[in-house]
Ligand binder design. Structure first.
Ligand code: SF4
Length: 363
């Protein structure tokens, strides 16, 4: 059956609110048609530049304007990244995702170093993903040429609720970056976070935005908010496991070929809860004891869970062949010294302003 790109919010809400057993059965059936249900892709997320971000994402401890206990660091060296990637590979990861707390990529030495990191990890026969903020088409081309496998840029939530989470750039900026990535052979990873105070309509709205992209993202991370002290969302209650299961199952049904990734929030989930998510169609996780800055289960614990559930880690390049890496000196693309343009929405968010104010008093 051809993939649908015309999902409506009403249809998605109807799926999300089905009796749970029916929803699980339908999601598991779709999952089995498109994937091996016993294989789960394992990624390691590496924070290559931590903290000091100028954006005001309400969930993020890396935003400079909030007061969290986060220890920031400058961009890692290529050798440090290589060592970490080798460790991740040994522990069973097939993909390394490098995250930098940047609003957008700026052409120059730091970006050149990131391109070298991409080449280095690609040569280790691992899939390489980056999440670096907004990028231009030229920057996406340069990443593709270096051998990037995936680019992550989350939509976070619905377009409507986005205005309650971030005030420093618009939803359309997010879509523009995804569009720039789509102009290359790099795969798209884009998802969001639940538990930020959004409604079920917002959850469905985010899935509409993702599922109506053509092609749909190859990977969709579903995060449960980890409420970090000092951020505007520090008082949010943990999201119920049933909501996670429903969200995963619905994502699986509307995006059958996508890898649905269980992301942040796994430390708050029992193994039984995670097992239900795998049954509902999740087929990817982040491994490693840290997810950028928030806690994550230990790799050994995950491997024990895999053994118990009879799951196997997916091999690198199982879904798409390894991209070629062009060395810097042979590059067809030159740095244009450009800065992505983004919209400056003229709205403010009370809880973000309050968290900023509180941070100033603490400092
Ligand atoms: S989510 Fe990314 S863009 Fe937003 S504040 Fe955190 S590091 Fe910056």
């Amino acid at each position: 059956m051809a993939l649908r790109h015309d999902w409506t919010k009403e249809e998605i809400l109807e799926i999300y609110n089905k009796p749970l057993m029916e929803l699980l059965y339908e999601a598991a059936t779709v999952h089995r048609k498109h994937h091996d249900p016993n294989t789960v892709q394992v990624s390691t997320l590496l924070s290559i530049k931590t903290g000091g971000c100028p954006e005001d994402c309400g969930y993020c401890p890396q935003a400079a304007r909030y007061h969290t206990d986060l220890e920031g660091n400058d961009l890692m060296s290529v050798n440090q990244v290589k060592a970490q990637a080798l460790r991740a590979k040994e522990a069973g990861s097939s993909r390394v995702c490098m995250g930098a707390a940047w609003r957008n990529v700026r052409d120059g030495e730091e970006f050149d170093n990131v391109l070298e990191m991409v080449r280095t990890i690609n040569k280790l026969d691992m899939e390489v993903c980056c999440t670096l903020g907004m990028i231009t088409e030229n920057q996406a081309q340069r990443l593709a040429e270096a051998g990037l496998y995936a680019y992550n840029h989350n939509l976070d939530t619905s377009e409507e609720y986005y205005k309650e989470v971030i005030s420093t750039r618009g939803y359309e900026d997010r879509l523009k970056t995804i569009d720039n990535v789509r102009k290359t052979n790099v795969t798209v990873c884009s998802g969001g976070i639940i538990g930020m105070g959004e409604s079920e309509e917002d959850r469905a709205g985010m899935l509409v935005a993702l599922a109506t992209l053509n092609p749909q993202p190859e990977s969709v991370p579903i995060n449960a908010l980890v409420a970090v002290e000092g951020t505007p969302m520090e008082e949010q209650e943990p999201v119920p496991i049933w909501d996670m299961i429903r969200m995963v199952a619905t994502t699986r049904i509307v995006m059958p070929e996508t890898q649905v990734r269980l992301s942040a929030g796994r430390t708050q989930m029992s193994r039984e809860g995670q097992a239900m998510c795998f049954f509902a169609g999740a087929n990817s996780i982040f491994a490693g004891d840290k997810l950028l800055t928030t806690p994550n289960p230990d790799v050994a614990e995950d491997m024990e869970m895999f053994k118990m559930l009879g799951l196997n880690p997916q091999k690198a390049f199982a879904k798409k062949s390894k991209p070629e890496s062009v060395e810097a000196e042979n590059s067809r693309f030159t740095s244009k010294g450009e800065k992505p343009k983004w919209t400056r929405p003229d709205h403010t968010i009370d809880r973000n302003l309050q968290a900023h104010q509180k941070a100033k008093t603490k400092a």
